[in-house]
Design a protein around this ligand. Structure first.
Ligand SMILES: Cc1cc2nc3c(=O)[nH]c(=O)nc-3n(C[C@H](O)[C@H](O)[C@H](O)COP(=O)(O)OP(=O)(O)OC[C@H]3O[C@@H](n4cnc5c(N)ncnc54)[C@H](O)[C@@H]3O)c2cc1C
Length: 536
């Protein structure tokens, strides 16, 4: 457990809600050193999601939508880790291990839950395996690379007409703001770069938008939604209304009415679900979102605050705040003021904000906007979209970079480079030298190890010393107990003879154990035998 000052405010999540809460707290607590602000986020950067679709088309650079959190929050202690669990009784948050295997337990006095929501395909046949979500920078990058890959493959695929059709069909499911923006950018991008592929006839390209309701952009005035539909159709997007995506395979999108669209690129912006961490909390919730008072204090607590997409925040007129950045930023100001008031004493503020407007980009220098109740569309709306979001980007440096990218984009063709990035988190080979510990008793169980060569010894603490439990060699494995039982390591494993292992992360291990019952049974048998050996 870490040491803490008298008042530690721990913020979970580095999106709009978390970052802006920390910013306001830094301002309010400027001259006080008895406060500590600590923020935990998976990434060390903040993503400006409204511009994410432009990363897909390359209108702006890959790093233009992100800002390093350390530069935004100079007085906040940043932990770049995945949050593993939250214990509101013990007032602790546990984060996953980084390079070591030690769990990090953080104590808090005030907890701010700003974990957003997640696109979750669970329960939808084939979507977890074959649909691409669109929420983070990594999703945008993946989509961009995948689309270029599909074009490269199509350019040399002359024998299999069906495969060629699949490669040249791009499907987006979800006609809300993010679905419409991504389909517009993707369509512009593909139809522009196709000029570099003389082997592909532009008429072969199909871009499809699936939407379950009878009009896209349900958040907007009907007239604007129809305008957006018309613009997309004119640019070649096949907009299919009242059409629900039901399932997917590697080569097709399967619709609820049984129709099948052959495709190798299926992007889905729906459905949104609460973050699993919020799901697991025994706090007051409705539809998976935390119920908070207008002060942003979670119902039934006196030191847990929630805001942004993971919270259900009441509005003055009786409605609920929509899950948008516009609201999250304003909620952050109220939350910060009320946390300080609850520590120092003072009156609590009630959240109140009237939405300024809604904007949606349609690519090709057009957009739709509803600002202060007035409908604007076309070039003027696009100009407003760009100006407003440019000014909302954090920091002048970032604004200048984006403005430069946009200016160059008006005259230069889009980038066509496909980046191939390896995933360092997946199954890897690891090497250990004699005496080196693979993991220690009490560490978090995050991997399973299969010995490919060398020897390891397993020991357990006994008073000041350690008792040997086993020696393992090539073909044997270790680390399964903590993974199967969801506990910490109950023994230490040390390399005895130059050791090479295949190291499998928990997520991949869990997927294997869940889908291969015989493998799980064998693992459980070995685990029981090992336990008996230790007991005897
Ligand atoms: C493509 C797209 C376009 C959008 N466009 C607009 C727009 O134009 N205007 C608008 O107002 N809104 C827009 N939105 C909605 C807006 O982005 C969200 O409402 C806003 O981001 C909510 O902020 P948040 O902080 O609550 O959640 P998020 O921004 O989702 O932040 C949650 C943070 O928590 C972190 N996190 C989650 N789980 C863990 C974990 N286990 N461990 C560590 N960290 C974790 C995540 O990494 C993330 O940084 C858009 C959303 C998307 C996806």
């Amino acid at each position: 457990m870490d040491r803490k000052k008298s008042n530690r405010i721990v913020i979970l999540g580095g999106g709009f809600a978390g970052i802006y809460t920390a910013m306001h707290l830094e301002k309010l607590l400027r001259r006080r050193d008895d406060f500590e602000i600590l923020l935990v986020n998976k990434e060390n950067y903040f993503v400006f999601q409204p511009m994410l679709a432009e990363v897909v088309s390359g209108s702006i650079g890959i790093l233009d939508t992100v800002s390093p959190i350390r530069r935004m929050l100079r007085k906040t202690d940043l932990h770049v880790r995945e949050i593993e669990s939250i214990d509101t009784h013990a007032q602790t948050v546990t984060t996953t291990p980084g390079f070591s295997h030690q769990p990090n337990v953080i104590q808090y006095d005030h907890l701010v839950l700003a974990l957003g929501n997640v696109t979750d395909f669970r329960g939808l046949r084939g979507l977890p395996e074959h649909a691409i979500p669109f929420k983070n920078l990594s999703d945008a990058l993946y989509i961009r690379n995948h689309v270029i890959h599909a074009l490269e493959e199509a350019a040399i695929e002359h024998r299999n007409a069906q495969l060629r059709r699949e490669l040249l069909t791009f499907v987006v499911a979800g006609g809300g703001f993010s679905g419409v923006e991504v389909v517009a950018e993707l369509n512009d991008f593909v139809r522009e770069v196709i000029k570099n592929y003389p082997q592909i006839d532009p008429d072969e390209v199909r871009v499809v938008l699936l939407h379950a309701l009878d009009r896209i952009l349900p958040e907007l005035d009907e007239k604007l939604a129809f305008y957006a539909q018309k613009i997309l159709a004119r640019r070649g997007v096949d907009v299919r209304l009242n059409t629900k995506l039901e399932a997917a395979t590697a080569a097709e999108a399967i619709l609820a009415d049984g129709q099948r669209i052959p495709t190798r690129t299926l992007i889905s912006t729906v459905p949104s679900f609460p973050n699993p961490l919020i799901d697991r909390l025994a706090l007051s919730k409705e539809r998976g979102r935390l119920k908070v008072a207008s002060s942003l204090l979670v119902e039934g607590t006196n030191n847990v605050w929630a805001l942004g997409d993971c919270a259900l925040v009441p509005m003055k007129d009786g409605g609920l705040c929509p899950p948008t950045a516009q609201f999250a930023i304003r909620q952050a100001k109220t939350a910060a003021a009320n946390i300080v008031a609850s520590i120092r004493g003072g009156e609590s503020k009630l959240f109140h904000f009237k939405e300024l407007g809604k904007l949606g980009a349609l690519g090709h220098r057009s957009a739709v906007a509803q600002v202060f109740g007035i409908n604007v569309s076309g070039f003027l709306a696009w100009f407003m979209w760009r100006t407003i979001y440019l000014m909302k980007l954090p920091g002048w440096g970032r604004r200048l970079k984006v403005a430069a990218s946009w200016t160059l984009d008006l005259v230069l063709p889009p980038e066509l480079v496909q980046l191939q990035i390896n995933n360092s988190q997946s199954v890897v080979h690891e090497h250990f030298e004699p005496g080196q510990e693979v993991f220690r008793e009490g560490d978090i169980g995050d991997r399973l190890y299969i010995i490919t060569s060398g020897k390891a010894e397993v020991t357990r603490k006994n008073g000041d010393g350690a008792i040997p439990l086993a020696q393992l060699g090539a073909g044997e494995y270790f680390g399964e107990m903590a993974l199967l039982n969801h506990t910490t390591r109950n023994a230490t494993v040390r390399c005895v003879e130059s050791l090479d292992v295949l190291s499998i992360p928990k997520r991949e291990f869990s997927a294997l154990a869940a889908t291969l019952p015989t493998m799980r049974e064998n693992l459980e048998k070995v685990m029981a035998q090992r336990r008996n050996t230790v007991m005897n």
